[in-house]
Design a protein. Sequence first.
Length: 108
Amino acid sequence: MPTTVAAQLAAQAVLLENISSRMEEDRQERKTAQAETERTRLATSAELTAMRHGQNDVLRRLDDIEPVTDLVTSWRGKLAGIMIVMGFIGALATFIIVFFKDKIVELF
């Protein structure tokens, strides 16, 4: 079954048309995939930026807290805390004595 040059050219033209349409479909799919990748990249970049700012805020807060922590853990801080507690206990004892003075005097 001999094929003519015209039939071969027609078959080649159909094949070329199919390849061309498939290339166009692939190009559109690639553009869609690239757009999705770009959106994902931008979202990831925004999240990383937010995390970096959050970490900077935490580090800044820690820098603010560190002197207070050092003061509390130092002997001077502990002594100041003991004096405050002793002052509170003394004030409470004085209040109780003044408030219940009559009852205490009756006991003696």
